[in-house]
Write a protein that binds this ligand. Structure first.
Ligand SMILES: C[S@@+](CC[C@H](N)C(=O)[O-])C[C@H]1O[C@@H](n2cnc3c(N)ncnc32)[C@H](O)[C@@H]1O
Length: 258
């Protein structure tokens, strides 16, 4: 608790990111990562391996990582030596990530960019009875054929700040629109793009044995994933309500030229 409170007070970030709860959520992810390290390791390793494989196949020299966050899933130390430039983009860059960048052999190649990748911060806070409308970020990175853009476990998070302001049914529709907007934006960037995200989540109630499937990306017409694996996101015992959750994570790759 003290560690989290200190992180909340000392992490530099834009007021909108703090107000939308993104700083709080990012600190919570670090705490969950500490508790669930063994359960998360195969997923984090699979993400890192997929990024390195795509980097080798595309021969990219510029890397734009969307949702870099703590970078538990990012092979930064392996990517940096083969890069002319690495842009890490997130609403919040934790102090540990800033230090990690500084400790690289060529820290000047890495830039930490603070951006709202949902395009929703301009609608925050909602006025009474206002419904948020999915949009695109008011930022388009400069890309070329040597650029690889990676959306890294970000897409399912973009709608989250609005979860409590609507019913479950409304949220499901809104989240779908937000994820569609993100995928459309990625595909229109004009360079190789890799999307890593949760295809679906299976929630299980330990007491009743009942399993509920949250489809997340699976209803979106994304085509055959390039890679997929399971992630024991919420292991048994992690939550007091007895729920556990296993996500199916998938990776899609697009040439990005449409
Ligand atoms: C589940 S984490 C991704 C995992 C991350 N790569 C890591 O290892 O910490 C989602 C990331 O997306 C970022 N994020 C969520 N909403 C965002 C937004 N609207 N704009 C930019 N980044 C956002 C969060 O700050 C967080 O770092």
């Amino acid at each position: 608790m003290i560690r989290e409170a200190l992180a909340y007070l000392t992490t530099r970030c834009a007021p909108w990111a703090r107000h939308m709860g993104l700083l709080r959520e990012q600190i919570a992810i670090a705490a969950r990562h500490r508790r669930c390290a063994a359960d998360w390791a195969p997923h984090l390793n699979a993400c890192r391996a997929a990024i390195l494989e795509a980097a080798a196949e595309t021969g990219a020299r510029r890397f734009i990582i969307l949702g870099s966050g703590h970078g538990f899933d990012l092979p930064l130390e392996e990517l940096a030596p083969q890069a002319d430039e690495v842009l890490l983009v997130d609403a919040v860059h934790p102090r540990a990530m800033r230090k990690r960048c500084e400790s690289l052999e060529k820290p000047e190649l890495v830039s930490l960019i603070e951006r709202d990748l949902s395009g929703l911060s301009s609608q925050w806070p909602l006025k009474i009875s206002q419904r948020p409308i999915a949009g695109r970020p008011d930022w388009n990175p400069e890309v070329d054929s040597m650029t690889l853009v990676v959306s890294l476990n970000l897409v399912s998070q973009l709608a989250l700040p609005f979860h409590t302001s609507m019913t479950e049914e409304e949220f499901e529709v809104f989240r779908r629109d937000v994820m569609d907007a993100h995928v459309d934006w990625l595909r229109a960037l004009g360079c190789p793009v890799m999307l890593i995200g949760e295809d679906s989540r299976a929630w299980r109630d330990a007491e009743s044995g009942e399993t509920i499937l949250d489809p997340v990306l699976s209803p979106h017409a994304l085509g055959e994933p390039w890679r997929q694996w399971d992630w024991n996101t919420v292991p048994v015992g992690e939550r007091v309500d007895g729920l556990s959750m296993q996500a199916r994570v998938a990776v899609w790759r697009y040439c990005g030229v449409q």
